[in-house]
Design a protein around this ligand. Structure first.
Ligand SMILES: Nc1ncnc2c1ncn2[C@@H]1O[C@H](COP(=O)(O)OP(=O)(O)OP(=O)(O)O)[C@@H](O)[C@H]1O
Ligand SMILES: [Mg+2]
Length: 211
């Protein structure tokens, strides 16, 4: 739809192509999130989100759109409404990411974890390889339902253990009675940093030459 294309064209970024600053965007959009590759805007008074990729990652829009099409029968993922040059329009998902849940002390339950497993099993049955399943790509709606976003890396070959690791951490730490259910943002960032560091060392260890 030309309307979406016009909106996307009015979004201005400056600086680095990989980590740009957002300099201007239409008043009909509300910035709801910033990832490593895109800005996500909610369209005013609507239940749609426009995801606009940073200049260096514009090509991901087409790949993510293809994957959303493969997931159209998987109700755990938002519906794709439009894909254009460097942007996507998908359902807005109300609620909180798992990251927000941990920061704000919103309880994550066995039921949520089982639903995430279910969503990923369905995606695998659709021929995909669920990857990049991290705390900011999983949402819990006000009704307690699970929704996943950002499936751009679901066609990669490499095995991604992020969800296995999160699942294990849920069982081993979060479920323990005395484990805090509300964790400050800086601590979550530190844990994520240490996790990434440890992963990259583990991956490089066997032959020390993976680039
Ligand atoms: N459809 C949506 N409904 C609600 N919030 C959303 C939606 N899409 C994105 N967001 C919010 O915007 C953030 C960034 O979006 P998204 O994960 O798609 O960007 P990304 O750059 O691909 O992320 P990543 O860093 O995981 O690669 C999300 O973590 C989430 O908080
Ligand atoms: Mg994301």
């Amino acid at each position: 739809m030309a309307d979406f294309e016009q909106l996307a064209e009015q979004i201005q970024m400056s600086g680095s192509d990989t980590t740009p600053h957002l300099t201007a965007y239409p008043a009909s959009l509300v910035l709801i999130g910033t990832g490593r590759s895109a800005f996500a805007f909610r369209l005013n008074d609507s239940s749609k989100v426009m995801k606009v990729f940073f200049p260096a990652f514009r090509h991901i829009a087409a790949e993510e759109a293809e994957i959303y099409k493969m997931l159209e029968n998987n109700h755990f993922f938002p519906t794709l409404h439009e894909a254009g040059d460097g942007y996507l329009v998908i359902d807005y998902i109300p609620g909180h990411t798992l990251y927000d849940c941990l920061r704000e002390g919103i309880r994550i339950t066995d039921h949520h974890i089982a639903d995430i497993d279910n969503a990923l099993t369905h995606a695998a049955a659709e021929g995909l390889n669920p990857s990049d399943i991290h705390l900011r790509n999983i949402l819990i709606t006000p009704g307690g339902d699970i929704r996943l976003i950002d499936p751009a890396r679901f066609r990669q070959q490499k095995h991604c253990t992020q969800w296995e690791d999160l699942h294990r951490a849920y069982k081993r730490f979060y479920k323990k009675k005395l484990f805090p259910k509300k964790i400050p943002g800086f601590l979550l960032e530190l844990i994520a940093y240490l996790y990434k560091r440890r992963k990259s060392i583990t991956i490089q260890a066997p032959n020390k030459a993976i680039h």
